[in-house]
Design a protein around this ligand. Structure first.
Ligand code: ADP
Length: 219
């Protein structure tokens, strides 16, 4: 099963993808997370990407696509994956199709997590991320048991640099500029399902799982 999650920043793609990955035993591939790892280890890619990320802009397609190709060359991807944060525009959607075609694979399911602006801002301004395992928390919606400490691994929680209100607004704008054509692209190939992601995370998760069961290639 190969699943793509689409939606604005703050839709909960990362939260859902992590849970789905656990439940379905597939790798969770988040381009945002791979980029942040590169930034924190100071790789060439991280150095090139950092300024774009801090300003809320997209990292150039060529860099992200190359990075994803490398991730796709790892063996665990063969059994399926949950892709979060890619594609973000038509160019990337076409690159993804091409990459998969070369490996004789295709996307089974695209879920669009529709989210209102007010919910996005509330979620992102309160988001806390674990430095060690990347787990997501929220200061009021999903507070950790102990302040500043990850429930899962005991790592310390921080606010992402790009989760400042000014940058969030820019990210929403960038997203809105690209999303309509992307949605049209997947609607045309009958892969797209729309869910309201303003609802409770557990409820959204069950809905995605239902879609995955219904769309499963083995069924
Ligand atoms: P969000 O979707 O909440 O903005 P992500 O963690 O997915 O957060 O991405 C953070 C940043 O990483 C983006 O603002 C962008 O700069 C960069 N990024 C992630 N994925 C891509 C991509 N597919 N193409 C270009 N830039 C990307």
């Amino acid at each position: 099963m190969r699943i793509v999650l689409l939606g604005p920043p703050g839709a909960g793609k990362g939260t859902q993808a992590k849970e789905l990955a656990k439940r379905m035993n597939f790798p969770h591939i988040s381009t945002g997370e791979i980029l942040r790892q590169n930034v924190s280890k100071g790789s060439c890619l991280g150095k090139e990407a950092n300024a774009f990320m801090l300003s809320g802009a997209l990292v150039p397609d060529a860099l992200v696509t190359k990075m994803l190709k490398e991730r796709f060359s790892q063996a665990d991807v063969k059994k399926g994956f949950i892709l979060d944060g890619y594609p973000r525009n038509i160019n990337q959607a076409e690159a993804l199709d091409e990459m998969l075609k070369q490996a004789d694979m295709g996307i089974d399911l695209v879920v669009y997590l529709d989210t209102s602006d007010a919910v996005i801002i509330q979620r992102l301004t309160g988001r806390l991320v674990c430095k060690a395992c990347g787990g997501n928390f929220h200061s009021s919606n999903m507070p950790p048991k102990a302040k500043g400490i990850c429930d899962n691994c005991g790592g310390s929680l921080y606010q992402r640099e790009d989760d400042k209100e000014e940058t969030i607004k820019k990210r929403i704008q960038v997203y809105k500029n690209e999303v309509a054509t992307l949605i049209e692209y997947y609607r045309k190939c009958n892969k797209l399902h729309n869910l309201s992601a303003d609802l409770d995370a557990g409820f959204v998760l069950e809905e995605i799982i239902q879609l995955a069961i219904n769309d499963s290639p083995e069924v």
